[in-house]
Design a protein. Structure first.
Ligand SMILES: [Mn+2]
Ligand SMILES: [Mn+2]
Ligand SMILES: [Zn+2]
Ligand SMILES: [Zn+2]
Lengths: 141, 141
DNA sequence: ATTTAAAATTGTAATGATTACAATTTTATT
DNA sequence: AATAAAATTGTAATCATTACAATTTTAAAT
């Protein structure tokens, strides 16, 4: 069993949220698709296995998980939201050529600045955009 | 005349983009509304003065400015895009209570990490969310 | 085992920001 | 004045997300 799966299901139990079939499948999808899937990508992924799955259920489940801080919402794109099972501090790089979103290590947990003294910081996101290594190499051929 | 207005109009001239009435008014709006306005907010702001202004024109103008790197696109929210006339490196804090978006100083220009070596970084954004000082004070009364 | 109420899921319709696009107007050039 | 290119407008289309009522599933109570 995936370690994050265990972690999240424990938290759900603790908050008395049922470990329904749908929720567990959506969670599994997030654990094994680390490419920051959209709702639609999750839907397509699960559709073969669960043809009756509704997109509304995916939205509901993701909202539930996000409210408990068990997943992270990624607004690096303007049109659609992406979801990340990794909640520990890290940065994101979006390639504007191939669309991939890469993780990179960066610890923002203790970032502080005078200008925000007196503010309660609850979420920190670092987003980069550009062209990934592979796409740069493909350009010169 | 606002210094950023001068700067941007010069750049537009340089790129042979006409300094039309609409474009200049939208630009002026961005210079004096530093609250990271949405398309709708710009529209409402200018509607009294220019009742015939079309939202499409606002979208077109903002796209033009963004393509030239003269304004910055802010995707801190999931549903709507915000625009920022300040293109120099700085971070954003969104208050989840009052909705305001604050700037804070942070220089990401020279941020580097091994994981992104070989990547071409073209945009860097640091977004925080939480509760602003004023909203925190209002809570305890 | 039945009954019952709460929770979860589904499907459809509504919302709302953004885009596409054709028609019209404005601007610069000849 | 004629012409072509650029800019603007308004409407319709797109598409992700949300609202919501109907249905199904689950857990607890009898
Ligand atoms: Mn990530
Ligand atoms: Mn700003
Ligand atoms: Zn790429
Ligand atoms: Zn506030």
């Amino acid at each position: 069993m995936h370690p994050r799966y265990a972690l999240v299901t424990n938290q759900l139990k603790k908050h008395q949220i049922r470990l329904s079939d749908r929720r567990l499948k959506i969670l599994e999808c997030l654990c094994y698709n680390l490419e920051h899937p959209t709702v639609d990508q999750i839907y397509v992924n699960l559709h073969k296995e669960i043809p009756t799955l509704s997109k509304t259920t995916i939205y509901n489940t993701l909202h539930t998980l996000a409210e408990l801080g068990l997943i992270r919402i990624i607004n690096i794109e303007d049109n659609k939201t992406r979801y990340d099972i990794i909640t520990e501090s890290h940065g994101h790089f979006k390639c504007q050529t191939c669309g991939s979103i890469f993780n990179f290590e960066v610890d923002l947990k203790f970032f502080a600045t005078d200008e925000l003294s007196g503010f309660k910081i609850m979420e920190r996101n670092l987003y980069f955009k550009g062209i990934c290594q592979e796409c740069l190499l493909n350009k010169n051929d």
